[in-house]
Design a binder for this molecule. Structure first.
Ligand SMILES: Cc1cc2nc3c(=O)[nH]c(=O)nc-3n(C[C@H](O)[C@H](O)[C@H](O)COP(=O)(O)OP(=O)(O)OC[C@H]3O[C@@H](n4cnc5c(N)ncnc54)[C@H](O)[C@@H]3O)c2cc1C
Length: 501
């Protein structure tokens, strides 16, 4: 019988950090991954002479406060080395609304200059919004002590508690931020998958200030470099990784405590299990009678979050020859994020990235790549798609968006396409195994937002000897969320193992 201290299921970035944390402490750790390579979303793929970034638009590697968890701190502690390039420009945003705009926003103090230039008189109000991060960080430090008292939270961190129950739109209005400034500030909403009238203020302020204050970054060798550096760290600590090993069943004892998994027909046992797999899929692979009612109810009640259609283009001209000047361009049909969301299938919102702007050598000399991201929700794909119409549908979507990009930016792309790959929610569902191809896990809406999830976590995940981590977990989607939840799951597992010893 195979017995480990810890089995981690899924080598996404959350699973990799959790596995490395546990192995670092000398525990016998097995990491099981269904694919033949690590990383999950955080990977790359090759077509012809191009290596495409699959997922990363921009990494937020540092926190706004040095004493809070951050990707950088976690990587450093694990000795996982990654070569990052930092960006001074945040994004270009083009709104085609009748009162639209075309602006470039930068990091640091320039962010406020850019905002003031776009909407004269808004600087101080925008600064007030940014200042809220100090209270958010202080409350986070307090929550991290593990001795949280709701009364202390209310008395000492009142702004944090108030923010916790409001959308970012409500907070911006309360601060008197003008409509156009709100529209520009809210550009990043699609990275969290929820329009700003329903997006929790704490969540959005944390993301916006982290990007604007700390600068976004990109690894030199696509996000696969992030994944490989974590694999190296894990193996360096003596961890065992098995690829092509899909977990088809989670095993529990009579009392419902996790005791192991089944992969490739083999039963593997461990004292602790960490799942980088979304709870819905864990439930589907378990004897449901053994699992707590609350966990099952929660997985059913939660709304599956956003997914994307992505278009990856390899072009036979350099970005300079094509007249492309920006790394990230957000293109909106309307200034309002709710309208952008409602019109998401009719080009209400999409993002186009040209990696060569940040990393000129990311494609062969004289070429460039573009990465289109189109937000989609479960149920957005036409219901009557079949094997033939699926291909036509993908081609039609790609053509429509490429033509719109050409028209909006005044560039010619179509004649220069050497490679094209279109991924849809079907692709993500197949690759990641998530329901509806969700890449952001469960939607982080007002009723089920990041604050509630973090505070309620001890009541929500109560399977003995089992922890969760990843983009589907308490902190919502994204690389930093994956790392931080992986780190928390890893550390909590180590703590339990030490105590039980
Ligand atoms: C197109 C796209 C764009 C994105 N853009 C950004 C961005 O710009 N910024 C950002 O911060 N985040 C972005 N994300 C999200 C980000 O990539 C993830 O949140 C992050 O990588 C954390 O992933 P994770 O830990 O949840 O694991 P995942 O990447 O979901 O990986 C889970 C792993 O588990 C494996 N697995 C699943 N089921 C099983 C099983 N039964 N047995 C064994 N293994 C299994 C899967 O194969 C996979 O390797 C994007 C994602 C996508 C797809």
């Amino acid at each position: 019988m195979k017995q480990y201290d810890v089995i981690v299921v899924g080598a996404g970035n959350g699973g990799l950090v959790a596995a490395a944390d546990v192995a670092k402490e000398g525990y016998k750790t097995l990491l099981l991954e269904k694919h033949n390579l690590p990383g999950g979303c955080a990977t790359s793929f090759v077509r012809g002479r191009f290596e495409f970034e699959t997922a990363l638009h921009e990494l937020c590697d540092e926190s706004t406060s040095e004493d809070l968890e951050s990707s950088k701190e976690i990587f450093t502690r694990l000795g996982a080395r990654v070569d990052l390039v930092h960006e001074d420009t945040l994004f270009r945003v083009i709104s085609k609304d009748k009162d639209g705009y075309d602006l470039v926003l930068h990091t640091g103090e320039r962010f406020f200059d850019d905002m003031e230039k776009a909407v004269p008189g808004c600087r101080d109000k925008v600064k007030k919004l940014f200042d809220l991060i100090e209270q958010i960080d202080a409350a986070q430090r307090y929550v991290n002590t593990g001795k949280m008292n709701p009364l202390t939270l209310m008395n000492k961190y009142g702004d944090f508690m108030r923010l916790g129950s409001h959308s970012i739109e409500e907070v911006e209005i309360a601060l008197g931020i003008p409509e156009k400034a709100r529209s520009i500030l809210n550009t990043y909403w699609c990275y969290l998958g929820v329009p700003t009238d329903d997006l929790n203020a704490v969540h959005y302020i944390s993301l916006l200030t982290a990007y604007a204050k700390v600068k976004p970054s990109m690894p030199h060798n696509r996000s696969h470099e992030l994944s490989l550096s974590l694999v190296k760290a894990f193996q360096g600590f003596g961890g065992e990784i098995r690829y092509n090993s899909e977990v088809t069943e989670f095993l529990f004892d009579e009392k419902g405590a996790a005791i192991g998994v089944v992969a490739n027909g083999e039963k593997l046992y461990a004292k602790k299990i960490i799942s980088n797999v979304i709870p819905a899929n864990v439930i589907n692979r378990s004897d449901a009678k053994k699992l707590p009612k609350r966990m099952k109810k929660l997985a059913n009640a939660r709304k599956i979050g956003m997914t994307f259609i992505t278009i990856y283009l390899g072009l036979d001209r350099s970005m300079e020859e094509l007249g492309i000047n920006d790394y990230s361009v957000f293109i909106f049909s309307d200034n309002d994020s709710r309208v952008q969301f409602d019109k998401r299938k009719e080009m209400g919102i999409y993002v186009v990235n040209c990696l060569n702007k940040v990393l000129p050598e990311s494609s062969p000399k004289g070429t460039s790549t573009l990465f289109f991201t189109i937000p989609f929700m479960p149920g957005d794909l036409p219901e009557d798609l079949n094997e033939t119409t699926y291909k036509d549908y993908k081609n039609e979507v790609a053509k429509r968006y490429i033509l719109d990009y050409e028209k909006t930016l005044g560039v010619s792309i179509m004649p220069h396409i050497e490679e094209i790959v279109v991924a849809t929610p079907v692709t993500f569902a197949r690759y990641l195994g998530t329901p509806e191809g969700a890449i952001y896990g469960y939607a982080s809406e007002t009723w089920d937002n990041i604050i509630g999830r973090v505070v309620m976590e001890p009541m929500e995940y109560t399977v003995k000897n089992m922890k969760f981590c990843g983009g589907h977990h308490t902190r919502g989607d994204g690389y930093p969320s994956g790392y931080i939840t992986g780190d928390k799951a890893g550390k909590a597992t180590v703590k339990e193992l030490k105590e039980e010893k």
